[in-house]
Design a protein around this ligand. Structure first.
Ligand SMILES: [Fe+2]
Length: 281
């Protein structure tokens, strides 16, 4: 069992619900970063059949060392449980001065589950802006699209290019819109991606010590309080690409996912979902 100090906090989980990703800068030590890049060059890092428990994957490789880091174990456990299933991995290598970028996309066909997979993206070396890296559109994970259907969209307001130092990791909701940017340097770019499927109900898997003690008790319907004001604030935050009406829709989607994750079916943010549920008999 992982020490709870390595699990995510409720604030971090709320951030994941609101924005569809979490970012951990310089999490992985450099000896693992170097070993992973050597392993990729020597084609020593192999995937596994879809559905293999993650605990059985990558033994004897630097990816196992990465997965055994307590912070990585903690974030995986918090989002998809202690031993999720390996879905697939991908070693993305972008050659120097590559003349093209990838179109904006989600990695699935339309997938409307409330349950979610995560994708870890691991950057084993520094990624300056001119090297490209992955581009994300925060908050797009509830807009379930079919793979490349959004590829015509360019330069969405609020998009984030992953500019980072070596050893940084992203944990993404499976629905988030993203793409690989163009590598305009004379160096190869590496990124390792790993998709994981939960095998346990995604219910309060993180460190919930920062939630109120009476969190699961019945509460006054529609009040939206008392829960942590931090969670309310995080779930209310607008992304730059939201229009006013779109922002309301995304907040309703966030409330639904937060209820699913906490088991608190009366949770609300400023009455946005409670109003839609008001159906007097
Ligand atoms: Fe992708």
């Amino acid at each position: 069992m992982i020490d709870k100090k390595y699990l995510l906090s409720s604030k971090q989980m709320a951030e994941f619900v609101a924005r569809g990703y979490l970012r951990f800068d310089e999490l992985v030590p450099d000896e693992i970063n170097q070993a992973v890049m050597r392993g990729i060059d020597r084609q020593e890092i192999k995937g596994h059949p879809a559905g293999t428990p993650l605990s059985q994957c990558y033994h004897g490789t630097p990816i196992r060392q990465l997965l055994d880091l307590p912070q990585i174990r903690g974030l995986i456990s918090s989002l998809v449980g202690d031993d999720p299933l390996f879905d697939h991995d991908a070693i993305h290598v972008r050659e120097p001065n590559e003349g093209k970028a990838q179109g904006l996309h989600a990695d699935s066909i339309i997938d409307c589950r409330r349950h979610f997979d995560i994708q870890l993206m691991y950057f084993p070396h520094d990624v300056p802006l001119e090297m490209g890296g992955t581009l994300l559109l925060p908050g797009s994970h509830f807009r379930r699209v079919n793979e490349m259907d959004v590829a015509a969209y360019q330069n969405m307001r609020g998009q984030i290019p992953m500019v980072c130092n070596a050893g940084s990791v992203l944990a993404l909701h499976h629905g988030i819109w993203h793409c690989g940017r163009q590598n305009q340097t004379d160096r190869r770019r590496y990124m390792f991606k790993l998709r994981l499927n939960p095998v346990v109900r995604q219910l309060r898997l993180w460190n919930t010590d920062d939630l109120p003690a009476d969190y699961a008790a019945p509460k006054e319907i529609h009040s939206g309080f008392p829960r942590t004001d931090d969670v309310q604030g995080i779930l209310s935050k607008q992304e730059p690409w939201f229009e006013a009406a779109a922002g309301r829709l995304e907040i309703v989607n966030r409330i639904k996912l937060w209820r699913f994750l906490t088991g608190d079916e009366t949770f609300d943010v400023h009455y946005w979902l409670g109003r839609l549920e008001n159906q007097p008999a």
